[in-house]
Design a protein around this ligand. Structure first.
Ligand code: HPA
Ligand code: ZN
Length: 328
């Protein structure tokens, strides 16, 4: 099967995490930023474990200093995604990296990203929407600034609010103020949980942040009552199998719980998380799922329909994407 040709929606993609190593290296040279420790000898991103991954991520992100840099990054991301058959992407964009939480600076970054996204849509047909993301290990006060940026720019393009970062730091309820603000601004909500935090982190995310999607969430499989709850309430998981395998959560895709979750009635979608870091692409994710579980075009079409239903964009955009899925 030509996996690149299947039309895909991706709901879980970190904007900086999608930067190709060459892109970061070139920008680092232009700006004379020291990138020691970011790459291995082969030129790939190098990290030992999840916490080290987050450190390397932030070191690489330090080369992205201006709205123009984010515009160039957006162009690079969307060209790669479109080449993988992605027709709709929601990416996590953090005011912490785009202006340091200042609303005025954030608006400038956002304008540059949107201009690049509009150009990519005209060139490749791919549609991008943004989810403003706070960084858990930066703490609740910084998250409030991110939520204020999100609330100020909420609309047809900034459609959601989320949180990434180190799941080992703090508790979901520490961030309830930010989530409440984002919800009141009309934003749809997701949060990273159930990757490193175990099933209880998913329960806390649902109870304390009242999200409708969970980033990862796969360790819910360790708690049958939670699996039933996810299925009953239609909570959508943004599953990133290649990311989980790359970071050592599961030994391989065949032993990843995505199929068990799906068979238990949980609504699952497939994403790459930080594709060049985890040596993956959307086409490779589909290929790996095909090889591990024998999933064919119909299974992937179902995943695309679930993702369309769970997407945070407005109805007009959904109709436009639905048409593309039907004619593909
Ligand atoms: N997980 C959690 N936080 C992140 C990630 C990720 O993959 N990428 C950037 N921040
Ligand atoms: Zn993620």
């Amino acid at each position: 099967m030509d996996f690149a040709a299947l039309p895909k929606l991706e709901l879980h993609l970190h904007h900086e995490g999608a930067a190709p190593p060459d892109f970061i290296r070139r920008l680092g040279q232009e700006k004379s930023v020291n990138l020691e420790g970011v790459f291995d000898e082969a030129g790939n991103y190098a990290f030992r474990d999840f916490v080290h991954f987050l450190q390397v991520y932030e070191a690489a992100t330090a080369v992205l200093k201006t709205p123009e840099d984010y515009a160039r990054l957006t162009t690079a991301i969307l060209e790669e995604s479109a080449a993988n058959g992605v027709i709709y992407t929601e990416s996590f964009i953090s005011p912490d990296f785009c202006g340091g939480g200042d609303v005025g600076a954030w608006r400038e970054y956002l304008a540059a990203i949107r201009e690049a996204a509009d150009a990519a849509e005209r060139a490749h047909g791919i549609v991008l929407r943004g989810i403003v993301t706070c960084v858990r290990h930066f703490g609740p006060e910084q998250a409030k600034r991110a939520a204020l940026c999100a609330a100020e720019t909420a609309g047809d393009w900034i459609v959601g609010y989320g949180m990434g970062g180190d799941e080992g730091k703090g508790r979901p309820r520490d961030f309830a103020w930010s989530y409440d603000l984002a919800r009141e601004a009309g934003l749809r909500l997701t949060v990273h949980a159930g990757e490193w935090g175990g099933p209880r982190s998913v329960v806390e995310a649902l109870d304390d942040l009242r999200v409708e999607r969970i980033g990862h969430g796969v360790r819910a499989i360790e708690d049958p009552a939670l699996v039933k709850r996810l299925a009953r309430d239609g909570i959508v998981l943004e599953v990133c199998p290649g990311s989980n395998v790359s970071l050592g959560l599961y030994p391989d895709v065949a032993r990843h719980p995505i199929r068990m979750l799906q068979e238990a009635g949980v609504r699952i979608t497939v994403s790459t998380d930080d594709p060049p870091f985890f040596h993956t692409t959307m086409a490779q994710e589909y290929d790996a799922l095909h090889r591990a579980f024998g999933w064919e075009a119909e299974a992937f079409a179902q995943i695309a329909r679930t993702a369309l239903d769970a997407a945070f964009c407005n109805e007009d955009t959904k109709v436009q994407i639905a048409k593309k899925l039907e004619t593909a």
